[in-house]
Design a protein around this ligand. Structure first.
Ligand code: NAI
Ligand SMILES: CC(C)c1ccc(C(=O)O)c(O)c1O
Length: 246
């Protein structure tokens, strides 16, 4: 039987690229997102037969949704080997203008979702003695970048810390927990955030002078998801074209 991988926020963008690479690597892939329709559409494009894919609604703000998704995956395949916590929101409000409500919204969606994903999926994986969890952090969380919002950056920095905490907690149970911290990757979100007339300026500021590649991120997830990757845990993998230097 194929190993089973679940990706949150996988209807579009990097989550979808990661799901595609996991599918290409032979996994049965669970595409989850806020709306079942968008998750199902992505799953249908990936795997028209539906034999090695499952679409689920999973609002990462809801612990009950994580638990229901886990139950649905176990009912379909009896196992969950890999969980990729990719869903997040971005806000670009300048730090002195962020309201308490907006701060809480970004932190709770981006950070609490990782906590919930690690707790629910990691708890199951620890119970069966095997698992791989990969959390999507960000360059902004590594260098305090403000272009994407101070609350966004703080929420992503907290993911690095949570990744270490869950890695320590789950290591002896055969579960690894790693994070990936991308800089700007070729993706719909980058093009939504950077209008064409500002793209040259962004590229000029990236030391390698290119955006990152979403498929490469997907392949990195595939590597971290391998059983042979048992010796890397609690790590944050930087993929930022040298932008940490800026
Ligand atoms: N695109 C980039 O260059 C970078 C992205 N990242 C991170 O990579 C991850 C994916 O980013 P993108 O693909 O660019 O984002 P995106 O905005 O294109 O996709 C995010 C996905 O998450 C889903 N989502 C939003 N709220 C949700 C909720 N409450 N429950 C479930 N799903 C929800 C959306 O429907 C969407 O499908 C995020 O964690 C982001 O912070 C980090 C650094 C750079
Ligand atoms: C595409 C989004 C807005 C984006 C862009 C850049 C970074 C970064 O450099 O850290 C992000 O984390 C993003 O989410």
């Amino acid at each position: 039987m194929s190993q089973v991988a679940l990706v949150t926020g996988a209807a579009q963008g990097l989550g979808l690229s990661i799901a595609n690479r996991l599918f290409a690597a032979g996994y049965a892939v669970v595409i989850t997102d806020l709306s079942l329709e968008s998750a199902q559409a992505a799953a249908d494009r990936l795997d028209p037969s539906g034999q090695r894919s499952l679409a689920l609604q999973l609002d990462v703000a809801s612990k009950a949704d994580f638990e229901a998704a886990l139950a649905a995956v176990l009912a379909r395949w009896g196992a969950l080997h890999v969980a990729v916590n990719s869903a997040a929101m971005t806000r670009t409000t300048p730090v002195m203008q962020i309201s308490p409500e907006e701060f809480d919204q970004v932190m709770s969606l981006n950070t609490r979702s990782i906590f919930l994903g690690c707790q629910v999926f990691g708890g199951h994986m620890a119970g069966v003695g095997y698992g791989r969890i990969i959390n999507m952090a960000s360059l902004a969380g590594q260098n305090g970048g403000t272009a994407t919002g101070a609350h966004y950056a703080a929420s992503k920095g907290a993911i690095v810390t949570l990744t270490k905490i869950f890695a320590k907690e789950l290591a002896s149970a055969g579960v690894t927990v790693n994070a990936i911290a991308p800089g700007p990757i070729e993706s719909p979100a980058v093009h939504a955030a950077v209008p064409p007339e500002r793209m040259a300026g962004l590229l000029a500021n990236i030391p390698v002078k290119r955006l990152g590649d979403a498929d490469f991120l997907g392949d990195l997830v595939v590597q971290l998801a391998r059983p042979e990757a048992y010796f890397t845990t609690g790590a944050t993998w930087d993929v930022n074209g040298g932008l940490f230097m800026r």
